[in-house]
Design a protein around this ligand. Structure first.
Ligand SMILES: Cc1cc2nc3c(=O)[nH]c(=O)nc-3n(C[C@H](O)[C@H](O)[C@H](O)COP(=O)(O)OP(=O)(O)OC[C@H]3O[C@@H](n4cnc5c(N)ncnc54)[C@H](O)[C@@H]3O)c2cc1C
Length: 447
């Protein structure tokens, strides 16, 4: 393909959302893009597995997106998969006693659009609501770059263990995959501002109506093929070959070497450290500092009962082991599937999957009366041990920008300096940023 970029070759290593977004932002500009993906499929961590019992695709872990995730929405529109995202205007919050409160945006202008639901929430006292409202008002005024431990900030701003446990922690643990004790103010503030206080559309959760492997499936493949993007699955990179601060080629695990004018690394940060020569990592803090990033696990428990256990499409749990229940409905004759997600799942680490399943099933039986009569058909727990990087205080000093000290190598990935937590939105933003930086440099060279 000849055009503005004259068919210059770009090799993108990693076919997750970051690499895919970069490809969509380069191919239409005339770059000859190749994606190298180690696994036999695209989509990276946003993945599904084939359930051996039913041969159906099941998401490794339910992914949700919020209305404030505008670049992810742009990516979905670009490749024609936005119609698979279904907004959920109401969120339901349930306590151990089975009581439920609905949250949805009302008529008041932001930041008061959720005030009606908030005032009606059964799981907080009026005094706690006023305390939280004060905390939110202070959060809006907090300096954007200030990043002390959030839990200390909450204490300084009048929050009690109960408001942390029943409000701040419920929101943050799902949004950041970290507990309030471990996150910094900066990303906590971002979650509440972008998600809840700025735009009524920002807080609307959307769920894919198809499994993730189907979401990032035929339409995406078609788009890439139509735009001349070569996708090589099952193709793991082993090393970048670097000379004079330039990547000459990428060497694959099976021995092949692929030269190109430009490279984008869109792999997780620990994988990037494996691809770079040790001397290069040691020479540049932006690479060496990646060793400072920490990760946090997510456990999802997949459960099939012989009957429906609830009519709610999804429920956020308060004061429970499970944090979010997704009701995925019938998957076969006499088989109804629910998925329970536990973010920041460090506390489950030593339990073993059989015990985690047992506890989650027992909890569902306590919460949902219909589950007490239901027969458990089967269950499966999956833990992603390095699900996302941890937004600990000061984390941004370790997150590198798209440009690197190598003149033709750019970085993408949800862990790069996007200003966003590890989400599909962060991954897409990183891919767009890497593509923009590459295009800038390519036009500077040709100009
Ligand atoms: C359990 C779980 C639940 C989540 N829930 C949500 C959610 O609800 N909402 C949300 O927005 N986000 C969620 N996320 C986060 C979201 O999935 C990630 O932020 C996003 O998918 C990251 O995309 P990425 O492209 O940066 O990285 P990845 O998806 O990790 O992509 C990197 C790709 O590089 C490939 N690769 C690695 N090494 C090599 C190599 N040597 N050669 C070639 N290829 C290689 C990998 O196979 C992978 O496909 C969740 C993540 C997990 C794990």
């Amino acid at each position: 393909m000849k055009s503005s970029a004259g068919g210059q070759r770009v090799v993108i290593v990693g076919g997750g959302l970051a690499g895919l977004a970069a490809a969509t932002a380069l191919a239409p500009h005339g770059f000859a893009v190749t994606i190298l993906e180690a696994r036999p499929r695209l989509g990276g961590r946003a993945s599904s597995f084939l359930d051996p019992a039913t041969q159906q695709l099941i998401d490794t872990c339910q992914h949700v997106t919020l209305g404030c995730c505008t670049q992810f929405a742009h990516f979905c529109r670009t490749v024609g998969i936005d119609h698979y995202l279904q907004p959920q205007p109401t969120l339901w919050f349930m306590t151990r006693d089975g009581r439920v409160s609905a949250f949805r945006a009302g008529r008041l202008p932001p930041p008061l659009h959720l005030a009606g639901s908030f005032l009606g929430a059964h799981f907080l006292t009026l005094a706690e609501k006023l305390r939280i409202a004060w905390g939110l008002a202070c959060l809006r005024r907090a300096a954007p770059d200030d990043d002390p431990p959030f839990v200390e900030w909450l204490r300084r701003h009048g929050q009690t263990p109960r408001t942390v446990q029943r409000f701040w922690g419920v929101v943050l643990t799902s949004a950041l995959n970290e507990t309030p004790e471990r996150v910094g103010l900066r990303y906590a503030r971002k979650v509440f501002l972008d998600g809840f206080l700025t735009d009524p559309a920002g807080s609307v959760v959307s769920l894919p109506t198809v499994p993730l492997a189907r979401l990032y499936g035929p339409e995406l493949d078609d788009w890439l093929a139509r735009h001349g993007v070569a996708v090589r699955l099952g193709c793991a990179a082993r090393a970048f070959q670097i000379a004079a601060r330039r990547v000459e080629a990428v060497e694959l695990r099976h021995g092949e070497t692929i030269p190109a004018e430009w490279f984008i690394s869109a792999v997780p940060f620990d994988r990037l450290l494996d691809l770079l020569p040790e001397a290069v990592v040691g020479a540049y803090p932006s690479f060496a500092d990646l060793r400072q990033l920490e990760t946090s696990p997510i456990t999802s428990v997949h459960i099939w009962f012989d009957r429906p256990i609830t009519d709610w499409p999804h429920v956020v749990l308060i004061d429970c082991l499970g944090q979010w229940v997704f009701n995925r409905g019938a998957t076969g004759p006499g088989e109804y599937y629910v998925q329970v997600v536990v973010s920041a799942a460090r506390a489950l680490r030593d339990l073993g999957h059989a015990e985690i399943q047992r506890r989650i099933v027992a909890e569902l039986r306590e919460l949902f009366p219909k589950a007490r009569q239901a027969t458990l058909r089967r269950a499966r727990a999956i833990t992603e041990h390095t699900a996302t990087f941890s937004a600990v205080p000061g984390v941004d000093r370790w997150r590198p920008p798209a440009r690197t000290p190598m003149s033709n190598l750019f970085l993408a990935g949800d862990w790069t300096a996007t200003g966003w937590p590890a989400t599909m939105e962060g991954a897409v933003r990183s891919g767009y940023a890497a593509a923009a930086a590459l295009r800038d440099r390519a036009s500077a060279y040709s100009g």
